[in-house]
Design a protein around this ligand. Sequence first.
Ligand code: URP
Ligand code: ZN
Ligand code: ZN
Length: 465
Amino acid sequence: MKTLIKNGRIVTAADEYVADLLIDGEKIVLIGAHLDESGADQVIDAAGLYVLPGGVDVHTHLAMPWRGVETCDDFFTGHRAAAFGGTTTHVDFSIQAKGGTLHEAVETWHAKANGKAVIDYSFHVAITDLTDSVMAEIAELPKIGVTSIKMFMAYKDSLQVDDMTLFKSMQVAAKSGVLSLVHAENGDAIEVLIAEAITAGNHAPIYHALTRPPELETEATSRAIWLAQVAGDAPLFVVHCTCEGALAAVSAARLRGQHVYAETCTQYLFFTKDALNGTADDPFDGAKYICSPPLRETSDSAALWRALRTGDITSLSTDHCPFTYAEQKALGRDSFAKVPNGAPGIEDRLYMLWNDGVLSGRLTPSRFVELVATNPAKMFGMYPRKGTLAIGSDADIVLWDGAAEHVVSAATHHSAIDYNLFEGRTVQGKPVKVFVRGQLVVDGDNLMAEKGSGAFIHRASPLLL
Ligand code: URP
Ligand code: ZN
Ligand code: ZN
């Protein structure tokens, strides 16, 4: 099947120009001016539209167990939402069970995706229980296409690892072509602050933010950076960086030449911790915004926006971790400490960044593409198969109407979650058609993909930027 996309404005991290693009089967085979229509099975006129590489979201939690509940999007509803937002590949976190192996974790996540996927996907593996045999497994992960591990420095008594685990994991990762990821917050100090808040009778959602101050993210980020340096300059990717202090630690490391990278997530650009106060009608509404690290101050958001432009933030992810408000967040009605941590956003990332980043003049379209597709594909070993529009790349393509206005709402989004953080906002920018490996998966308001059409992506080692 050959599809010719004509007259679109092609945007890559490097260039922006009007041209035609030919898809043959799953791949892009030709890009040029005035390509011959005669051999094509279908011709799509993309005049007036941008032609973007499909978005790559390297931080999601689909069907993830969390203290007795599970995130409400599985690999079908989560993928459906991603596709409608223009994301065609994601990397989800498979999590080692205590006493289990890393291979079992990856197999468990494969089973979650099998038969459901409609976009392409891959897995990181989160280390929770480091033994000698698990150390040996880290070195073997690239053979199964997994080239990133994650260590949680927070979530005491569940996911959190100690510094010895963190350090040893980084050491073996550095020697194995595996990227180390950290959730950087000081989980021990947070645990003390949570206990103090509860003893004092402070149960409202805002205490989630007050018990996880930015200094504890800054401290953990700095600690992880220095440990990575000593662990053989282990390449380090700091997930969901939220505050000025952590960002300064990342910038300083990068200035020293250390292989340190950071992502931020959409919600940290748009909201502050004030959202955790809820509404006048419903103070518990703040629970919708409980994610970790928490939302910060306006000055932190401003610093993140600057870093998106200057390069100290490498990419934008979502940390899509959806728990329903009516049932799952409600488990913490009597205490913020029982509210499942996480916020949704897999569908919203591209248009929110386009609207407030590109249309506001903060970012060029090329930088936008770099942040949402190219850099994550490079960092996570999928480039140039994913993350760009080039001959030989997968035909993961978004025909993007940069001016289309729409109102964001849970009533119309495609995730299983019952709320949307951006509810009621009018934004511009929307996919018109989305292709995954040459297959049309979204056409306007219609999902065209069949369940199970998404494929696992066997990743290479990171391309260090
Ligand atoms: O609150 C969050 N972010 N939940 C998901 C787990 C994590 O920390 O990434
Ligand atoms: Zn995290
Ligand atoms: Zn996460």
